[in-house]
Design a protein around this ligand. Structure first.
Ligand SMILES: [Zn+2]
Length: 191
């Protein structure tokens, strides 16, 4: 009888350990594959903005099955029947194609187009940096659709948060700024 109880406890413990391992794996799958990503669409070799169905992938991982599917793609409106071959790129380098990784990398070693300050570690929760578009207007990242991101990285210039704030204020309140003639002191401030 006592052997039976022992076996039951042992089996229960093994089951619990197996479940914990699967849950840890599921959390890891979710954290790895959530977020917006940029891939090269294998069909037209152009950038496409995609999201992996990370929640569903995590649930499958609990059941012991590991298969990724997309939950959205910027090309689905024009191309519905897609076998999602781009998933191979995501599985191979899940972090490298994350939009935030790509943007962070873009700032490294660059200087602000206005004040020339070198970008270091980016603090997205406060003072997020911005961009200068081809019309010489500063804009924020959320104004760029993910599928246009790759193009923007080639045509826009990096701008620090302080300069973006100053330029936005200048644009919205032009009456508060008057063009005064240059003086040696003012010129020395800029050079
Ligand atoms: Zn600046």
């Amino acid at each position: 009888m006592s052997l039976m109880i022992f076996l039951l406890i042992a089996a229960g413990s093994l089951g619990a350990i197996y479940l914990i391992i699967r849950l840890v794996r599921a959390v890891r799958v979710y954290l790895t594959f959530r977020g917006n990503r940029l891939v090269s669409c294998p069909e037209n070799h152009r950038p496409a903005a995609v999201r992996v169905a990370a929640g569903k992938a995590a649930l499958r991982a609990v059941a012991g099955k590991e298969q990724l599917r997309l939950s959205s793609c910027s090309r689905w409106a024009e191309r519905q029947a897609c076998g999602q071959p781009c998933l191979a790129q995501i599985e191979e380098a899940p972090k490298a194609c994350l939009v935030w990784t790509i943007i962070n990398r873009w700032y490294q070693g660059e200087r602000c187009a206005y004040c020339r300050k070198l970008f270091g570690e980016i603090h997205w929760h406060d003072h997020p940096p911005a961009l200068l578009n081809r019309e010489c207007k500063t804009i924020e990242w959320n104004q760029i659709a993910p599928e246009n991101l790759q193009e923007a990285l080639g045509t826009h210039r990096p701008v620090c948060w302080s300069c973006h704030m100053a330029e936005t204020f200048r644009r919205e309140h032009p009456e508060k700024f008057v063009d005064r003639p240059s003086t040696p002191l003012r010129m020395s401030l800029y050079h």
